[in-house]
Write a protein that binds this ligand. Sequence first.
Ligand SMILES: Cc1ncc(COP(=O)(O)O)c(C=O)c1O
Length: 375
Amino acid sequence: MSAVDVIPLARPVIGDRERELVDEVLRSRQLSLGPTVTKFEQMWADRLGTKHAVACSSGTAGLHCCLHALGIGPGDEVITSSFSFVASANVILYTGATPVFADVDPLTFNMDPAAVEAAITPRTKAILIVDIFGYPAEVPALIEIAERHGLGIVEDACQSIDGDYNGKKLGTFGHPAVYGFYANKQLTTAEGGVILTDSDELYTQLKSLTNQGRSDDGAWLVHSRLGFNYRLSDVHAAIGIAQIERLDWMQDARARIAGMYQERMASIDGVTPMYEGPQRRSWFVYAPRLDADLDRDRIIGRLEAEGVSAKPYLPCIHLQPYYREAHGHAPGELPITEAISASTIALPFFCEMTDDQVDRVCQAMERAIKAERGA
Ligand SMILES: Cc1ncc(COP(=O)(O)O)c(C=O)c1O
């Protein structure tokens, strides 16, 4: 099979508008700390109805700043999900605190509030909520738990761009939420992120933390706290503005492709389509589950032999080599997370996927499973 026939897992939409806006920034010579970043932030705040948006160099950077602003540090524990990208726990380690993993709900794949509550100890300082695969976590229940125990909250909505819970946008619940803009996301700036908050105080702190701890009055080279260089450049923000302009179209396109997949996958024996519950999913990946008797690696091999990219997704964080070796985690700690993680498979999913490509993926999946089961 030639390379052109391979259907990739993800592929950003990049068009003339991105090129035009990037070119404008390059011509302006204001490549960083310029008006394009400010405009990008304002567009997010306007779109989501949050009071503030702080652009940053990555989702990871945004999450790290939020934990730092909450004063999380050595000796503290932060509860999060292991069914997430490694950054959700790494940012806790960056502060010197310890990530404590709560098991997830078998349908939504998000943290089970009862498991979160059971994981609270006298050292717990915060909950880092993750909205995995674009499906919102049980945000109100988690807020209630946090309030009862006096804990802070940071929300990792990196996979849930434009997400909401019961129509209320993430970032408007009284705690900060972070989106990530890596190239496989619903919207990309190549690398980048944004922190959403309604708090004036947190906004001032985050603006400073992302910009080397610069003093709150923006005074020239006066640094009033220990900060980071987590700035987003104006070049990246220019790509982001073009992407926000077409975000509705991109979200609709993803939802349409997901709809086609859902229908087809439901008819394939051995596959459980993605969960559709009471909340709206901001479609990030298409990752159905395979029945436990199927060997996922062999299925992936068969798909790839037909030019269909596929990956085991997501690996649990607590079973990553670093987390086992440096932090003593081992299989068996989180039975639901581990079972989900062993059976979900990411398939090609991007806005400009054609109906024929979706059909090719589904046919390849059907053939792979039949071949595995010797039918
Ligand atoms: C759930 C989750 N959290 C955090 C991140 C980190 O975002 P970034 O890659 O922008 O640092 C990602 C990125 O893929 C993610 O999926």
